[in-house]
Write a protein that binds this ligand. Structure first.
Ligand code: CAA
Length: 261
């Protein structure tokens, strides 16, 4: 790895915040950022103190303004496939991450940046957030999963519209179409993201992991098999202390104290 780190990880009160910090280029994703992002998620995955992750971009202006266009300008067909595969690999790791991941989007989330937000399990936007897939304007298509994930989230019609026009969607519209869960003033994004993640990670960690596993498995699987998978995970949960604690706490009219096992 050369030069300064472009991704940092801070852990506070059981939430890891992973920040992409390449502000001069609006946090654009070059190979170094992608490698560091991958390592950051690996390190957080194995850290048992961390229950959830907030992914964000440094600065007021952008979450991530896309893949690095300077890098794309140099690519031949073989390199283009590698670039797409590297980005897809990192975003797949995020989508399959066993702990909840929330994108806190403060500013532009364009191209690969929009795709990165789509790979997270939850999204919260600031009022100045702008989402878009402008790749066709560059003679490209989205290459980090955007042609796959956007339609799942907002439906085929809107996904095709956004992909073909390349036009940006503002935060209000993003909320109306289900692209984000909520919108807060820019100054409240960090606190809003922590409050949102807090409402998630108070639940049993094993149940959260299996809920993510079941929902994302179901998206790619025919219904009967997805239901088999759901039932199997439901069965596995019955072997956990967390399930006993959750059910007992309800019956005893008290808050549960989950231990993650
Ligand atoms: N790659 C590399 N550099 C980028 C970048 C990107 N995606 N986005 C912004 N930058 C750089 C600019 O070149 C500029 O650098 P210099 O100061 O060295 O010239 C700096 O960030 C600030 O950007 P602007 O001066 O352009 O800021 P602005 O406020 O005028 O405009 C913007 C902001 C509308 C986001 C504009 O920067 C923009 O349109 N960026 C490109 C967005 C884009 O097309 N993203 C898709 C990339 S392709 C992709 O992502 C493929 C894929 O699916 C994998």
């Amino acid at each position: 790895m050369t030069g300064d780190a472009l991704v940092r990880v801070e852990i506070d009160d059981r939430i890891a915040t992973i920040t992409i910090d390449r502000q001069k280029k609006l946090n654009a994703l070059n190979p170094q950022v992608l490698e560091e992002l991958d390592s950051a998620f690996r390190s957080v995955e194995s850290n048992e103190d961390v229950l959830g992750v907030i992914l964000t971009g440094a600065g007021e202006k952008a979450f991530v303004a896309g893949a690095d266009i300077g890098v794309l300008a140099e690519m031949d067909p073989a390199r283009a496939v590698e670039i797409s595969r590297q980005g897809q690999g990192v975003l797949n790791r995020i989508e399959r991450f066993p702990k909840p991941v929330l994108a806190a989007v403060g500013g532009y989330a364009l191209g690969g940046g929009c795709e990165l937000a789509l790979a997270c399990h939850l999204r919260l936007a600031s009022e100045n957030a702008r989402f878009g897939l402008p790749e066709v304007g560059l003679g490209l298509i989205p290459g980090y999963g955007g042609t796959v994930r956007l339609a799942r989230l907002v439906g085929l019609g809107l996904a095709v519209q956004m992909t073909l026009t390349g036009e940006m969607v503002d935060a209000g519209k993003a909320e109306r179409i289900g692209l984000v869960s909520g919108v807060v003033p820019r100054a409240e994004l960090e606190a809003g993201a922590r409050e949102f993640m807090g409402r998630v990670i108070k639940h049993g960690p094993v149940a959260l992991r299996m809920a993510l596993q079941s929902v994302y498995h179901a998206v790619e699987t025919e219904s009967a098999r997805a239901l088999d998978h759901e039932a199997a995970l439901f069965g596995l949960l019955a072997a956990t202390d967390d399930m006993r604690e959750g059910l007992t706490a309800f019956l005893e009219k008290r808050a549960p104290d989950f231990q993650g096992r």
